[in-house]
Ligand binder design. Structure first.
Ligand SMILES: NC(=O)c1ccc[n+]([C@@H]2O[C@H](COP(=O)([O-])OP(=O)(O)OC[C@H]3O[C@@H](n4cnc5c(N)ncnc54)[C@H](O)[C@@H]3O)[C@@H](O)[C@H]2O)c1
Ligand SMILES: O=C(O)[C@H](O)COP(=O)(O)O
Length: 602
């Protein structure tokens, strides 16, 4: 943002004439913010979408691909961006490179830490995780830096499930150990007698995409499948003949336990000394989720004690695991080097999925796989579009009405709608009001990803209220009102009866309109910029102001007067296409009946 941007607010109270006070508010036009865009949908018309806000410059963006990505994905990226494929970067090298990149694509091998976001100095707008697990990305830091994180959650599901089944079967029949033995010149047929799968109970821990595919396949092998997942709907499990059970029941009854939950604070080391002790003696464990869900030392002990007969592991707490890892070297353990997603088909699919998500996000489009932004369904977004504009403009107007020195701390937003509260998702509107409130007075970039965080960080409390109106629920909202408490206004008429700076607006024919300022009713479309004047209502006022602007070649787009009563005080709202000069504003202030006025940039 340029510190020398044109003054954007002019405020004057009649008694302070002629000492005109200008307040320099940074103009959003000096930074490229693609706030929220509503692009044409390619497909998945009703798929959930997420809102992104990106575009740091007009030049071609640069995408750093830090781990091997399928060719199809690289080609897609190259159509839109400069692509830098640099693999095996050290953390320091990554931090150095990142300041020149708009997007970063990684798999599970790169730690995208807070240091990376800090080193990017705000340029990094999207992190694409070419896969599912995002435990290698510091999501809190990404959100704080307004950086969108997208993943590719579907393309490797089948590959991971197939790998789980491959490990299950290989472990049960000692395939890896027997293979090594034959290659070592031995023929140990009695040593490698396995166990059968048919009729055995498999507990699937985490009944999401991979877990349910594993369950489906295990049923095909004749296994009895149960699952534990506190968040999975029972009917989805029932539909494939799987019973959802408690954690304790799952681990106590299973002959095989297959792990498919994400690594979170709740799942970290969920298999530990205590939980191994509750398992059936001779249980077999498969892990293609994340190493951290098992306490690896406890697993070694459980293997040695015979509680766990065998384990088959694709993932480890530290990857690669130490070469002297007791777990990896254990005779009863089969290991693979995090190969779950590594099929040709999955890698091609993941590369395309992530390249599309990253390019879309860089274009400011809606990303269907955002991880750190709230989900807003496509149809809701289309309907909310004009209200999103209204919300941002009301925020912008409200904050520009505040007198310099008044800290904005408490903002109340009221949404009036004939729709039931559950039918109105206000997260997007709140984010845009926050953007409108913060951006004119700071250099912070606000988007849907970081709006709530940014507001909190600045001590800005935004409370929301919904008013349920009678009438047709066709439109999602009748009006939005923004009130800022405990502040002084540079335009006294903007203060409501209850003492807050208040602006209210609605959408008419798809265009946002300002309909109330303080307690004055106005009606002016929110396009271009706005002059608000308080005057004594009398004939000729519109003409006088209009001719000052006309002389300056400033085009008036809209004008409306709201008054308390004829010949009493009135507020005139004038929409202008061009910013009036200081001189023109001074002349307006000098019109005798005008008591105060303010020029506001939208
Ligand atoms: N080894 C690999 O290469 C590979 C490949 C793909 C996925 N994965 C990993 O597999 C896991 C599952 O991936 P997915 O795509 O199925 O994810 P998903 O989000 O579709 O499913 C995860 C499921 O775990 C459930 N869950 C969350 N907390 C739980 C808890 N405390 N107990 C039980 N269940 C819980 C969730 O409700 C969800 O249904 C992830 O950890 C992912 O990173 C690994
Ligand atoms: O979470 C995932 O998608 C898998 O663990 C795959 O990770 P990878 O992309 O590093 O193979």
């Amino acid at each position: 943002m340029s510190a020398s941007s044109a003054p954007s607010t002019f405020a004057l109270k009649k008694p302070s004439l002629p000492s005109l006070s200008w307040t320099n508010l940074p103009s959003s036009s000096t930074f490229n913010i693609a706030a929220v865009s509503f692009p044409r949908r390619r497909n998945r018309a009703s798929a959930p979408v997420f809102v992104v806000a990106v575009s740091s410059s007009n030049a071609k963006p640069t995408v750093l691909v830090a781990e091997k990505l399928g060719e199809a994905g690289i080609s897609l990226l190259k159509e839109f961006a400069n692509v830098d494929c640099s693999y095996n970067l050290s953390p320091e090298e990554l931090c150095t490179k990142i300041s020149l990149c708009d997007a970063l694509i990684v798999r599970s091998g790169t730690k995208v830490t807070r240091d990376v976001f800090e080193a990017s100095s705000g340029r990094l707008k999207v992190v694409g995780r070419a896969g599912v697990g995002i435990d290698n990305v510091d999501l809190a830091a990404a959100t704080e830096h307004g950086c969108l994180v997208v993943n590719a959650p579907t393309a490797n599901t089948v590959a991971a499930a197939e790998h789980g089944i491959a490990l299950l079967a290989a472990m049960a029949r000692n395939i890896a150990q027997a293979d090594a033995s034959v290659k070592a010149g031995k023929w140990q047929r009695s040593k490698y007698v396995g166990v059968s799968l048919v009729g055995k109970t498999l507990a699937v821990m985490g009944f999401g995409k991979v877990g349910s595919e594993v369950a489906r396949r295990a049923k095909g092998l004749g296994m009895h499948v149960i699952a534990h997942d506190p968040y999975a709907p029972a009917d989805r499990a029932r539909a494939i003949g799987v019973e959802l059970v408690s954690f304790d029941e799952a681990i106590a009854t299973a002959d095989f336990i297959s792990l498919h939950m994400p690594l979170t604070a709740a799942t970290s080391k969920v298999l530990n000394d205590e939980t191994f002790a509750k398992m059936k003696k001779g249980v077999r464990i498969i892990n293609v989720a994340r190493g951290g869900v098992i306490d690896e030392e406890a697993l070694v002990k459980a293997l040695d004690a015979g509680i766990v007969a065998q384990a088959a592991l694709d993932v480890f707490t530290v990857e690669p695991p130490p070469t002297d890892s007791k777990l990896v070297l254990h005779e009863q353990v089969t290991v693979t080097p995090h190969l779950g997603a590594s099929t040709m088909e999955a890698q091609e699919g993941v590369a395309i999925e992530i390249a599309e998500a990253v390019v879309g996000a860089l274009r400011g489009e809606l990303a269907a796989t955002a991880v750190n932004a709230p989900m807003v369904p496509a149809e809701v977004l289309t309907e909310l579009k004009p209200f999103v504009e209204l919300a941002e403009k009301l925020g912008r107007l409200a904050v520009q009405l505040i007198a310099g020195g008044s800290g904005v701390k408490s903002v109340k937003v009221t949404y009036a709608s004939a729709r039931a509260p559950d039918d109105l998702d206000t997260r997007l509107l709140r984010a845009m009001i926050t953007k409108g409130l913060i951006e004119p007075i700071s250099s912070v970039f606000v988007n849907l990803v970081n709006a709530d965080f940014t507001a909190k960080q600045r001590g800005l409390r935004i409370s929301e209220e919904r008013i349920l109106l009678d009438g047709s629920p066709e439109s999602p909202l009748e009006f939005i009102q923004v009130q800022i408490a405990n502040v002084e206004s540079k335009f006294a008429s903007a203060i409501s009866e209850s003492g807050e700076v208040k602006v209210e607006g609605k959408v008419k024919d798809g265009v946002p309109h300002l309909t109330k300022v303080g307690s004055f009713e106005v009606d002016v479309s929110l396009e271009g910029s706005l002059i608000l004047c308080r005057q004594v209502d009398q004939p000729g006022m519109i003409g006088k102001v209009g001719s000052v602007l006309g002389e300056e070649n400033v085009n008036v787009s809209f004008m409306s007067v709201g008054r308390i009563a004829p010949r009493k005080q009135a507020v005139m709202a004038i929409g202008v296409d061009e910013p009036p000069s200081k001189d023109a504003l001074k002349k307006i202030g000098e019109i005798p009946a005008i008591e105060e006025f303010v020029y506001l940039k939208l």
